[in-house]
Design a protein around this ligand. Structure first.
Ligand code: ADP
Length: 301
């Protein structure tokens, strides 16, 4: 098959591993900078052009769209979908998962475990909001944050009130969430491919840190999931419509709760922690699912 990885940087670990795994399995794999793709969206034969060359013979794409380029990245993925190219994740599912609030609302509708979470516009409603999540301590999150930046633990109602007022004063959108103390600064990253958890790791925050993000000094270990955690991860990926997903779960007193569902999960930490060939499993999934020349236009309105 002819496979393209849509990635801004061919030297990134995940991009390199996917290319290597595809080539090992006999495919022709190219890395394409999606910001340099331009497209003909009006013609009867829709096209994507890259470095002056029409990309008309691809069988599958693997989108690795950075959080800062969701708009252009998903437009490119959508164009490939219109052309009948199989995608490891559909454009609509990528956009859906990038919006934290929308993501939580969709998961909640499916009855999937979540920390109790509130959202409001006006600072006049702060007290009600704090009430919804059962009072302090609580977690306040910037909707636009990634890598743990903009995630704050407020220990008292007074602290919560001032942080919420400060964020809202800057016109930032925030979520207020029940603090899952019993998670003890750890979360589970479950890697889901084609409706199955293929690998899982536990991330433990640095001492004294409630956030488990590796970028904040957290460490990673292999972990065995319970059947309930496994099914929560699979259901979350399915609810978001993601074929490849990194589902983050906290172990709470009321069962597994979802933090986030990621559409371009990194391979480095989890391949190293689990010694599982995740890139190979993604390529295998594409082999099973793509139907060269026969994929239908998958755009949903
Ligand atoms: P980001 O997308 O910026 O990584 P997250 O919402 O995933 O933000 O939060 C970062 C980390 O903070 C999580 O991985 C988790 O360890 C911790 N955390 C976030 N929300 C809560 C919460 N409600 N209770 C306990 N810990 C939390």
């Amino acid at each position: 098959m002819k496979i393209a990885i849509l990635s801004r940087d061919a030297s990134l670990y995940s991009t390199r591993r996917l290319k290597e795994a595809g080539e090992q399995r006999g495919h022709s794999v190219s890395v394409i900078d999606y910001l340099r793709c331009y497209m003909d969206i009006t013609s009867h034969s829709p096209r994507v052009i890259y470095q002056g060359k029409v990309l008309n013979d691809l069988d599958a794409i693997i989108p690795r769209i950075g959080a800062t380029h969701t708009f252009y990245g998903t437009a490119t993925v959508r164009q490939f979908e219109i052309m009948g190219v199989f995608t490891a994740n559909e454009s609509q599912a990528i956009s859906r998962s990038r919006d934290k609030l929308r993501c939580l609302q969709i998961l909640s509708r499916q009855g999937i475990g979540l920390p109790v979470t509130g959202f409001a516009h006006s600072t006049k409603d702060i007290e009600g909001l704090i009430d919804i999540v059962g009072g302090a301590p609580l977690v306040i999150k910037l909707l636009e944050g990634t890598q743990g930046i903009g995630v704050v633990l407020a220990e008292t109602p007074q602290a919560a009130k001032s942080v919420i007022e400060a964020f809202r004063g800057l016109d930032a959108n925030i979520l207020v969430q029940e603090f899952i103390k019993e998670a003890k600064g750890a979360d589970l990253r479950c890697f889901v491919v084609g409706g199955k958890v293929i690998a899982a790791m536990k991330r433990q925050g640095a001492p004294g840190e409630f956030r488990s993000n590796v970028h904040r000094g957290g460490s990673v270990h292999k972990v065995k999931l319970t059947p309930e955690e496994r099914s929560t991860a699979v259901r979350a990926a399915k609810a978001m419509g993601l074929r490849v997903a990194g589902v983050d779960i906290l172990r709470s007193n009321h069962g597994p709760v979802i933090m986030e569902v990621n559409s371009s999960p990194g391979l480095e930490g989890i391949e190293k922690a689990t010694e599982i060939d995740i890139a190979g499993k993604i390529i295998e999934y594409i082999e099973r699912s793509a139907m060269p020349g026969k994929n239908r236009d998958a755009i949903k309105y």
